[in-house]
Design a protein around this ligand. Structure first.
Ligand SMILES: O=C(NC/C=C/[C@H]1O[C@@H](n2cnc(C(F)(F)F)c2)[C@H](O)[C@@H]1O)c1cc([N+](=O)[O-])cc(O)c1O
Ligand SMILES: [Mg+2]
Length: 214
């Protein structure tokens, strides 16, 4: 029984990154995934676009759908001001175990709350169990067919407020056509596309930024 990709990414971080240094963890994962084995991290091409949107929004309460190994979790959390928090949802317990360790290696565990389970169960609990009033920022990077239903669920649960920014990865590759059609045509969103490339490749991909208008 061999190792899993998340386990190999964690090992690369433990062997190469500096404990407590988020930048070194990001650089280590990007180097590993560019040179050794591709992995579905938002990466170092789309990453700076994510950074700029997070910095512009300066969210007090942020949500990430799809932790995987915690790469974008760290990119977002390292930019949060003290007292702000990022809630990240992960369905796969094996990924969650690894992501917790990578987030801790980056020294960001105090700003991140990783919740395990399906979004359809966790999102409706946000107000009651996790005392969230509304999200200032949402990063969508989980299963692509779930972007639209989960966005509608966030609306229905009253978790979006006038000005909430949604940022969606992979709107070109692998693609999220139903989500894109919705946010680009709904009068309740103001949407724009940031062209980039699929992580660690020359293939086109991009991020869609959509502001909820209330
Ligand atoms: O499939 C892709 N990503 C799927 C990502 C999926 C990850 O999101 C988690 N999740 C599922 N539901 C939840 C929630 F929120 F419900 F808890 C969390 C899954 O367990 C997995 O770790 C992908 C694929 C490519 N590619 O090039 O094929 C490139 C990319 O950047 C990608 O993100
Ligand atoms: Mg992605």
């Amino acid at each position: 029984t061999g190792s899993t990709q998340p386990q190999r990414i964690l090992k690369a971080v433990q062997n190469n990154a500096t404990w407590g240094d988020a930048e070194s963890v990001i650089a280590t994962i990007d180097n590993y995934c560019r040179r050794k084995e591709w992995a579905m991290n938002v990466g170092d091409d789309k990453g700076p676009i994510l950074d700029s949107v997070v910095s512009e929004v300066s969210p007090k309460v942020a949500l990430e759908l799809g932790t995987y190994c915690g790469y974008s979790t760290i990119r977002i959390a390292r930019l949060l001001s003290p007292g702000s928090c990022l809630i990240t949802l992960e369905f796969n317990p094996d990924c969650a175990i690894i992501a917790r360790q990578i987030i801790a290696w980056a020294g960001l565990q105090d700003r991140v709350q990783l919740l395990e389970g399906p979004s359809k169960d966790l999102i409706p609990q946000m107000k009651e169990s996790f005392r969230v009033k509304s999200f200032d920022f949402v990063f969508l990077d989980h299963w692509k067919e779930y972007y639209l239903p989960d966005t509608k669920l966030l609306e229905e649960c009253g978790l979006l407020r006038k000005g909430t920014v949604l940022l969606a990865d992979n709107v070109i590759c692998p693609g999220t056509p139903k989500y894109l059609e919705y946010v680009r045509n709904s009068p309740r969103y103001e949407s724009c596309y940031f062209k980039s490339h699929l992580e660690y490749t020359k293939v086109e991909d991009g991020l869609e930024k959509s502001v909820f208008l209330g």
